[in-house]
Design a protein around this ligand. Structure first.
Ligand code: MN
Length: 477
């Protein structure tokens, strides 16, 4: 694979003259950064690397941040480092660019960690004014290697020095598919899949710092939902009002956080019955419900994942309220199931039992709830569609490289953070339901920490009961 260089992108730039190049490297005052401090995450990163070291004694471990991805021509998507790179380095927001690599060099029983970065393009280089991708006059100042070393509490070198090191034949384990330079050199990676698994499983149990960041992510997301409530009058009067909702939330994500943790689902009316409705180009109408599934990703890259379903005009109709209460009761049953030692899938069973019973009581499910809960039958899933829990953290679907026996088929442990998100979706053309219920989609999703004695709902402060939701909306009108 050929590396894309800044040079190859600048097809329409006029090359600088020799006189200009000469002129540009002189006459600049020194500009060191003062007051660099370490983020509180750094001691945690040291401990995390010690754990990783033990799993791969004697092997060089390579965790790239990843290359940037071209959107079109010389325009890239906004860069976000790989979650494992974040977890083991503690980088925040945009302070480290693409192409950085964390290398853990074997040193007897332990490893020495070195962070390779694209350092500041200093004034004695031409890059600072002619490198469109990393040059300071194009994209802003970055840390020098010395500054980065202070900031991250780790030895830091230039990434251009990495190529020679990687060619020295040291037995290596690497995360591949992220960095084309690393991939082009690392041909033997027999334990690569195991590394993917280990760095994913490490995040099943959150440390103290992660729990704090998750609470912050939830709190900022709460404020984003408040912004959406305030934007509803504009959403109702604007074509594609779902985009007004999406934009209101996105504003909060960018102002207080790094980004969205995932694409916002802003689903009004029957769009709520489309599980991944991210087109968000529909109307927001008085009398309908709005299902908003959204999460802010902080500068630390931890994200919340919250869903609330609320009446656009501030008041649930009787049909909306009755379906909503069924989902509400299902979620309560899901919460009640959470404590260490319980099967991960028990939360799902608890929620779905309530939903199936409710559907049977309404007469739409014509077999008993118990019969339907038999995994071989599961007819109620016509209206519930999805499982109710997943791990949450740096990724919205966190720990995704864990094996089933470590995750969905394992038991809950204190320190896990997961979602509880039952839903009920009555498609607009579902003739099994009376007309007043058709086209109603409801999901309630909270972010929960498993504790020694049960659980703590990180999003407890966000109203869930219909009465509380109506009061919440009225307070923001
Ligand atoms: Mn979710």
């Amino acid at each position: 694979m050929e590396e894309k260089t800044a040079e190859s992108r600048r097809v329409y730039d006029v090359p600088p003259t020799e006189a200009y190049a000469e002129f540009m490297i002189s006459g600049w005052a020194p500009s060191p950064l003062h007051g660099i401090t370490q983020d509180p995450v750094i001691p945690y990163c040291v401990a995390r690397r010690e754990n990783l070291s033990k799993a791969f004694t004697g092997l060089r471990i390579i965790l790239p941040s990843g290359n940037s991805k071209v959107r079109s021509n010389d325009t890239d998507y906004r860069f976000r480092p790989h979650s494992a790179f974040i977890y083991y380095t503690g980088v925040q927001g945009e302070e480290v660019t693409s192409d950085a690599v964390l290398v853990m060099e074997p040193n007897g029983e332990i490893h020495d960690s070195i962070l390779y970065i694209q350092p500041r393009s200093t004034r004695d280089t031409s890059a600072f004014y002619n490198d469109r991708k990393y040059g300071e006059l194009w994209v802003g100042r970055r840390y020098t290697t010395e500054e980065a070393s202070l900031r991250f509490g780790i030895e830091v070198r230039k990434v251009e020095d990495l190529k020679a090191l990687l060619k020295d034949g040291t037995p290596t384990v690497a995360l591949t598919g992220l960095d084309c330079m690393v991939d082009s050199i690392i041909k033997k990676n027999p334990r690569g899949t195991e590394l993917e698994n280990v760095v994913s499983v490490a995040r099943l149990i959150k440390d103290e710092h992660e729990i704090q960041e998750m609470q912050k992510a939830v709190d900022v997301t709460h404020r984003g939902f408040n912004d959406v409530m305030r934007a509803l009058p504009a959403a109702i009067t604007t074509p594609r009002g779902e985009r007004v909702v999406e934009a209101a939330f996105f504003g909060r994500a960018r102002v207080e956080g790094n980004e969205l943790g995932y694409d916002t689902i802003s689903a009004a009316g029957s769009h709520a019955c489309v599980l991944h409705w991210t087109r968000n180009d529909g109307e927001v109408k008085n009398g309908d419900l709005l299902l908003l599934d959204a999460g802010v990703e902080l500068d630390s890259f931890y994200t919340a994942d919250i869903t609330r379903t609320f009446p656009i005009n501030g008041k649930f109709s009787p049909a909306q309220r009755s379906l909503y209460m069924l989902v509400y009761e299902a979620q309560k049953a899901g919460f009640a199931a959470i404590r260490p030692g319980v099967d991960f899938l028990e939360i799902n069973r608890a929620c779905h039992s309530v939903l199936a019973q409710g559907l049977a009581d309404m007469g739409v499910l014509t077999i008993s709830a118990e019969e339907s809960m038999d995994p071989a039958i599961g007819l109620h899933k016509r209206w519930t569609l999805h499982g109710v829990s997943h791990m949450l953290g740096l990724d919205v679907h966190d720990c995704a490289q864990a094996r089933k026996d470590q995750y969905t088929e394992a038991t809950l442990e204190a320190g896990m953070i997961l979602t509880v998100e039952p839903g009920l979706y009555i498609q607009p053309d579902d003739e099994l339901f009376a007309p007043q219920y058709r086209g109603i989609g409801i999901r309630i999703e909270d972010d929960v920490l498993v504790t020694e004695t049960g659980y703590f709902n990180l999003s407890e402060n966000m109203p869930r009961h219909p009465d509380e939701i109506e009061a919440w909306m009225a307070s923001l009108r």
